[in-house]
Design a protein around this ligand. Sequence first.
Ligand code: NAP
Length: 246
Amino acid sequence: MRLKNKVSIITGGSRGIGRSAVIKFCEEGAKVVIWDVLKEDGEKLASEMSGKGYVCIFQFTDVTNASMIEKNVNSIIEQFGQIDVLVNNAGITRDATLFKMTEEQWQQVINVNLTGVFNCTKAVAPHMVERGKGKIINTSSVVALYGNFGQSNYVATKSGIIGLTKVWARELGRKGICVNAVAPGFIETEMVMSVPEKVLQMMKEKTPLGRLGKPEDIASAYLFLASDEADYINGAVLSVDGGMTI
Ligand code: NAP
């Protein structure tokens, strides 16, 4: 019960890493709100969790839509009275090499991965500031630290996330809010399914632990940073990549 009664928003919670975090947070006693554009999967997960006796709801939320976020935040405050944790997990890829990347591919990724995180944090943080506490967890990536072929847009956003984390750790830290980032390695979700098998094999070989990560590996890091055990951790970037980056 490391998150007992903590009202936690998890963006991109319908599938992949987010889904795993939703389950873990529920099992640790949190009241979980799933924000995602994948309606069917999100509703199904919320109802599965509720069926097990946990408090879990789905709100259709496009993180690029600031007014939708504002409305959903207000409804959470009405229903639960507070927000304790925000996990900015939603993210997309639209890979192409520099010469082939279209402006649309560039902008889509910036909109979701960077502006989306800005929108959610801007709407949620004032409610945390009011209570003088809260945890914000952003999702960066191993590629932010080392770059990656064909991912100008994605790497720009994931590096930007590290910058935002440090700015907000300073701005919000003084108000009692901890802001940290997790930098996952290659994790077995739909997102990496488009990566060629040959590349994934290479990634495994570069990882001292000899395997790709599982969604639960990242969800556990989110859980730790959301818990009271991490009350003095602020502005950190936690690599969860099996040692790939050493
Ligand atoms: P995923 O399986 O693709 O799940 C991401 C979820 O976010 C999907 O349900 C997706 O819906 C949703 N989403 C997309 N756009 C959204 C929007 N505008 N508003 C709300 N939700 C939206 O991805 P994942 O692998 O679990 O990744 C989760 C996070 O970890 C991402 O930030 C990713 O960049 C990061 N990460 C992943 C890896 C990895 O290897 N998997 C490595 C490093 C970092 P749709 O399916 O409709 O797009």
